[in-house]
Design a protein around this ligand. Structure first.
Ligand SMILES: [Zn+2]
Length: 474
């Protein structure tokens, strides 16, 4: 009996406490799990103002079933494990202003700035751009600062280990598009009226600017473009490549075909000649000629007749001034008449000079090699000048001449052996361009071609283009 009791007692002491313990442990587990979900949901509701993360929790109300938590991923993180703060950089707001509010101290901010300079300089954070702060534990300093300079990239600043910071390229979905139109007013206005993105207009102009004088286009001129749109996460973020462009005026038709190989890149005409010439027509974009080259003109400041050995382009102060051709900077100086000016030697024969700059481009110094289109300074009115403009001077064999009257050297043609490869590309692009029908906006006429481009949904395209953002300074 006593042995039995002992046994029972043993049994009691050995089994009962264990089974009670088992029950209570599982109860505690459930309690913690539900409490956890409750606290989590509460915290989610509380910080709903600062987070735009989509709902993270799907709670099945059925008794006995567990809640299913779907992880929300963004920037390569499972956001659910962080406190998420989202914001937009404000005017005159610096990184320190933001991070100090998230318990990151000056020493850490300074270290971050230094160690991430090569990845993405924190001094280049721009107003109106979005950022996200991730914090594992808000009683401590934040863990990550994520900045989105443009739709194509984001930068993950690791606030604890700055060296682990990285710039991440988002995957882009390319959609092939075609556009066309009949000019009514400027190309710019026509394309706007057609719902076409200004980025496409700029690319069209770059492709054709050498052949077509966009300052003097005529009503009724026609254009076509064959290009790609970039989508990220289903959202249209910009124009990718322009494969080909077409322009037609009363006199002529022009094709520009994009050709990219190891040796060639840019636009070429149907014969394989580069669309770009050795010299740009003007050193500033979107300007007007305010005074032409002449051997005799009335000088507005000196109040007497004097030759004007340059061409003046009026443009707002700060407009970038470009080198019209490849070359080497031979002068970067200030004189009383010229103000701030730069002179560039292009070859044995030609040099160009740019006067009255408000300031020089920072890295442009005597000896600097520049490419055609490189910015060398900014429009101003330093020296002898009444208004903001650049006085563009063209030197041939040490003598100033009117560039508009020169037969300038043609660009280097494509080597003959590369032509067959180019012609293949050209033929396929020309074939597509030729099939695009013209659309006339905003007034529809009966001029529409009977040809239909396969797979093209013009209305859909129009709508898609119209949704494009204007934040495309890439
Ligand atoms: Zn001048």
């Amino acid at each position: 009996m006593s042995a039995k009791e002992d046994k029972l007692g043993d049994a009691n002491t050995n089994t009962n406490p264990t089974s009670t313990y088992k029950v209570s442990r599982s109860k505690v587990f459930y309690a913690i799990a539900f409490l956890g979900v409750f606290v989590y949901m509460l915290s989610y509701l509380v910080r709903d103002n600062t987070s735009t993360a989509t709902p993270l929790v799907n709670v099945d109300q059925g008794i006995g079933s567990f809640p299913i938590i779907e992880p929300t991923q963004k920037f390569g993180f499972v956001l659910d494990t962080f406190d998420v703060f989202e914001g937009t950089i404000k005017e005159n707001e610096f990184l320190a202003d933001i991070l100090l509010q998230h318990k990151v101290d000056f020493v850490a901010i300074d270290r971050l700035a230094k160690e991430t300079r090569d990845i993405h300089d924190v001094r280049s954070l721009r107003a109106d751009k979005p950022y996200t702060i991730l914090n594992r534990d808000t009683t401590n300093s934040a863990d990550y600062f994520i900045f989105e300079p443009n739709p194509y990239h984001y930068v993950v600043y690791d606030l604890k280990v700055p060296a682990k910071s990285q710039k991440v390229k988002r995957p882009i979905d390319k959609v092939i598009k075609m556009a066309s139109g009949v000019v009514d007013g400027s190309l710019w206005n026509t394309m706007q009226a057609n719902g076409l993105n200004y980025e496409l207009t700029t690319k069209m102009e770059d492709a054709l600017a050498w052949s077509v004088d966009f300052y003097h286009i005529q009503k009724g001129d026609k254009f076509k473009a064959y290009y790609e749109q970039d989508f990220i996460d289903g959202k249209l973020v910009g124009i990718g490549k322009l494969f080909g462009a077409y322009y037609e005026n009363a006199d002529q038709e022009y094709y520009a075909v994009n050709f990219e190989t190891e040796k060639h890149h840019g636009f070429f005409d149907l014969k394989g000649r580069p669309m770009k010439k050795a010299f740009l027509k003007a050193p500033v974009k979107y300007s007007r000629i305010s005074s032409r080259f002449s051997n005799r003109r009335f000088h507005p400041v000196l109040k007497r007749y004097k030759s004007h050995l340059g061409t003046d382009y009026a443009a707002p102060r700060g407009t970038p001034i470009m080198s019209v051709a490849d070359g080497v900077v031979t002068k970067r100086a200030f004189t009383r008449n010229n103000g701030n000016y730069v002179k560039i030697k292009h070859d044995k024969v030609y040099s160009t000079q740019y006067l009255h700059m408000s300031k020089f481009k920072k890295d442009v110094k005597v000896g600097t090699r520049v490419k055609q289109g490189d910015v060398i300074g900014y429009v101003g009115k330093t020296g002898l000048a009444t208004g903001n403009h650049v006085c563009y001077r063209f030197w041939k064999n040490g003598k100033q001449v009117d560039p508009r009257r020169q037969n300038l050297p043609p660009p280097d043609p494509m080597p003959e052996k590369d032509l067959p490869e180019y012609f293949k590309v050209r033929d396929s692009i020309k074939h597509i361009l030729d099939q695009i029908e013209f659309k006339e906006f905003p007034i529809a006429t009966d001029e529409e071609s009977d040809e239909k481009v396969e797979g093209e949904e013009s209305e859909a395209e129009k709508t898609a283009v119209k949704t494009e953002g204007d934040d495309q300074a890439i």
